[in-house]
Design a protein around this ligand. Sequence first.
Ligand code: ZN
Ligand code: ZN
Length: 200
Amino acid sequence: MVWLTTGIVVKQWVAVHRKHHAFPDEEGDPHSPHLAGFWSVQLGNVFHYAREARKPEVVEKYAKDIKDDAWDRYLFNHGKAANVLGLTLLCLGLGVGWGLLAGVLHAIGYVFILSPSVNGLCHVFGRKNFDNTATNLQSIAFLTAGEGLHNNHHAFQRSPKFSYRPGEFDLAWSVIWVLTKLRLAQPYTTIKEALAQPTT
Ligand SMILES: [Zn+2]
Ligand SMILES: [Zn+2]
């Protein structure tokens, strides 16, 4: 579904994302508003992302555990095919006019508002629970199913639950929680659980 609605190639996204975590707001960060400028990331995040995702050495280094299978080689490694297929399905379902309008609104929302807000706004404005360069913005978290709690995410990158304090809400965690109850997911340690573990 992510491939169909965004055209993202998994290993490219993983590589750029891991590199961001390796160098948050330092030299090497693919999309730091502190290095590239706030508006450059807030409006041009997609270009920062694409520049990094196109580097084979970055993908090789940061996503070497993600191997291609036949599905990847013939289908999922072709992001533009996803865009064409997604738009075609929208037009088939909604009619050409509404389908194109929905596709354009979705693209603008994802590429220029939601995704860049996590990398732009959530590295500049907002609150911090933990000592790192990212920030929490609950307003962005409402729009991005939790991603806006980005300071929490940078502090505990493997926590599937991005919310931590009372008043913080991560919609995606509700979905993961239901899947867990249905025994369809086995989430990794949450922030609270990780903090409760004794340190050695
Ligand atoms: Zn970040
Ligand atoms: Zn992350």
